[in-house]
Design a protein around this ligand. Structure first.
Ligand SMILES: NC(=O)c1ccc[n+]([C@@H]2O[C@H](COP(=O)([O-])OP(=O)(O)OC[C@H]3O[C@@H](n4cnc5c(N)ncnc54)[C@H](OP(=O)(O)O)[C@@H]3O)[C@@H](O)[C@H]2O)c1
Length: 306
């Protein structure tokens, strides 16, 4: 079969022949999203990377059964991923999609949407209140603003860098949309932070919020989800003593595979309902090399279509 094939962690994948996957359910792939997580697995830097090559990238996608049913599925193999004509689908890691579903939108949206959905439902045990999304202008951040509202937050604050895309956030449900310099002024008493950035922007936001708090004993749960700005953080020790700050992470490992899978049906239903704004760009799988080299337009998710 044809697939996107990674032969070196220093080179983008090429459209090439790759052995057919094995398993009881080998299905036609309809769409697979090019998420940051897919890139980091394909360049060997993701924390789950096992370093084996050659590999087919792609962690999830939409496949069609012989009967014509569409399934969203999560790959369970780090070597033969979803950016291929066919993929092995484990039905325990798949959700049936309703007829008429746009497979490209589902392939674009499930991974970024899952980041906030799982963080709030499985890590924060979210019961409402005020939430700040740090890195709200990206795909996952924009979906986080919408999901936070959907899950009942009283107040959603979007924080990001790009001034033009910050202006979009109120139409997605944000009560405030500000740059980093205004965080202390608008988020003093926030209860949860969903952090897609880490590094310097996190250092700045954490310090600003904790210094602005009206009551230092008010709990603040800071959830590390992505590291678009940096992989490391300098955390002054006094911030942990001077306020009721809890820092946790959300991702593969901190949430069990079983718990992640348990959330898929409800999230897939939300995405297929059309309630969330998803900006997907389909690209033929044969053009994977070009798609890899060209960064997606801001806020857009490339979806490879075999
Ligand atoms: N843990 C999980 O469960 C999980 C699941 C999905 C995704 N993620 C992670 O979430 C992160 C975001 O994913 P995504 O799909 O939203 O990616 P994306 O669409 O590429 O968006 C990334 C955003 O990061 C911002 N950014 C990049 N560098 C920055 C910097 N130095 N300072 C401030 N902002 C910066 C950019 O904002 P501007 O250009 O607007 O400034 C961009 O919009 C990734 O790290 C991804 O791996 C985690």
């Amino acid at each position: 079969m044809y697939a996107a094939v990674v032969r070196s962690f220093d080179e983008p994948p090429t459209y090439d022949v790759f052995p057919e996957p094995t398993g009881s359910d080998v299905l036609e792939v309809v769409a697979a999203g090019l998420h940051p997580r897919v890139r980091s697995a394909a360049n060997g830097t993701h924390y789950t990377s096992e370093g084996s090559l050659p590999m087919v990238p792609g962690i999830d996608g939409v496949a069609r059964t012989a009967e014509g049913e569409l399934l969203y599925f999560v790959a369970d193999d780090n070597t033969t991923g979803t950016m291929a004509e066919r993929a092995a689908v484990d039905r325990r890691r798949a959700v049936v999609l309703p007829e008429g579903t746009d497979p490209v939108a589902v392939a674009a949206g499930m991974n970024p949407a899952m980041s906030s959905w799982i963080a709030l439902r499985r890590r924060a045990k979210f019961q409402g209140g005020s939430v700040l999304v740090l890195g709200a202008t990206g795909n996952a951040g924009q979906l986080a603003v919408q999901i936070v509202k959907h899950l009942g937050a009283s107040n959603v604050i979007g924080v990001g860098r790009d001034p033009e895309r910050l202006k979009l956030l109120p139409s997605l449900g944000a009560d405030e949309a500000v740059g980093l310099d205004a965080v202390g002024a608008v988020a003093a008493d926030v209860g949860v932070v969903l952090d897609y950035l880490w590094g310097e922007p996190t250092e700045q936001a954490m310090s600003a919020i904790l210094h602005a708090r009206s009551d230092r004993a008010l709990p603040l749960t800071w959830i590390q989800i992505g590291s678009m700005a940096a992989r490391e953080l300098t955390l002054p020790s006094y911030l942990l003593r001077a306020a009721a700050l809890t820092v946790i992470g959300s991702g593969q490992g901190s949430v069990s595979g079983r718990d992640i899978l348990a959330e898929l049906p409800q999230l897939a239903a939300l995405i297929t309902s059309g309630e969330l704004a998803i900006n997907a760009r389909p690209v033929p799988l044969a053009e994977v090399g070009k798609a890899w080299a060209e960064p997606a337009a801001p806020g857009e998710r490339v979806v490879l279509v075999p």
